[in-house]
Design a protein around this ligand. Structure first.
Ligand code: BEZ
Length: 261
């Protein structure tokens, strides 16, 4: 069971302003190609929109997320689907699912080896793991600028303040193989992502980037964000919207032998 503390996620704000996350994820559902009655785990289900999409295709889906706020919102939106609070590194399932699906989550999960071990163990023999998340260089234009503005204030930026894991295909598929998977597909691609309106970058930083500013007071944080906006306007702001430099990795792995159980 996951502790109910420090839930950074505002599920309503997520649904109102960041619904692009599940919109883009619909492509990944096609890659998953769920079949009727298959048991599927949606790992990092957020407020449940993709679990629902998978459920409408006839699969028996369970959604899990570390955030209680997200899980409560998912339960209130989709009463026919089971949603549970679980940490990707502490899953206790054993050979239960035909597929584990994960969209826009695994860049938050450390250590990745532990999550991959749990994912592999959750799958039935011949099960598949289909995932997409931030890859090497993801949103680097934005994070580099924030870090350099924090340092320009004379403050140290510690590695622990960086919340994400953005691997290359080489790094991640190697970890998948070590966990036991046969990797059948891997892609690393640019997906510039529109952040709506003048406030788009600021809203994104506030929604997702809080940890970058740990130990920094609110006024200093606002000042840094304003300078980041000024510095990046020329590169990331066009036609009334901000465009974040998302870079995704997308992978498929098969569980073909029970060597790691
Ligand atoms: C992503 O989906 O790549 C992402 C989302 C929020 C913060 C950082 C990365």
């Amino acid at each position: 069971m996951v502790k109910a503390v420090n839930d950074q996620w505002n599920a309503n704000l997520y649904d109102q302003s960041h619904s692009f996350v599940s919109r883009y994820g619909k492509d990944l559902v096609q890659l998953l190609a769920p079949r009727e009655k298959e048991k599927i785990l949606d790992l990092g289900c957020g407020t449940g929109d993709l679990a629902y999409k998978i459920w409408t295709l006839g699969a028996n889906v369970t959604g899990v997320d570390k955030s209680i706020n997200m899980v409560e919102q998912a339960r209130s939106k989709y009463e026919d689907i089971t949603f549970d609070v679980k940490d990707a590194t502490e899953l206790e399932y054993k050979e239960e699912f035909d597929a584990v699906f994960s969209n826009a989550t695994l860049h938050w999960v450390k250590p990745p080896e532990k999550a991959l071990y749990c994912i592999y163990r959750s799958l039935k023999h011949d099960g598949r793991f289909v995932a997409e998340f931030g890859g090497k260089g993801n949103v680097q234009t934005i994070t580099n600028e924030i870090i350099s503005e924090i340092q320009a204030e004379g403050m140290e930026f510690k590695e622990i303040q960086f919340p994400w894991f953005y691997p290359s295909i080489g790094e991640y598929t190697t970890l998948m193989e070590i966990a036991g998977f046969r990797v059948t597909y891997a892609e690393h691609y640019n997906r510039p992502t529109k952040l709506d309106g003048e406030q788009g970058l600021k809203n994104w930083i506030k929604m997702f980037g809080g940890q970058l500013f740990s130990g920094i007071d609110e006024q200093q944080k606002q000042d840094i964000i304003s300078r980041v906006e000024n510095n990046l306007r020329e590169v990331l702001f066009t036609e009334g919207n901000w465009h974040a430099d998302y870079k995704r990795i997308r992978v498929v792995g098969k569980k073909e032998a029970n060597i790691n159980l």
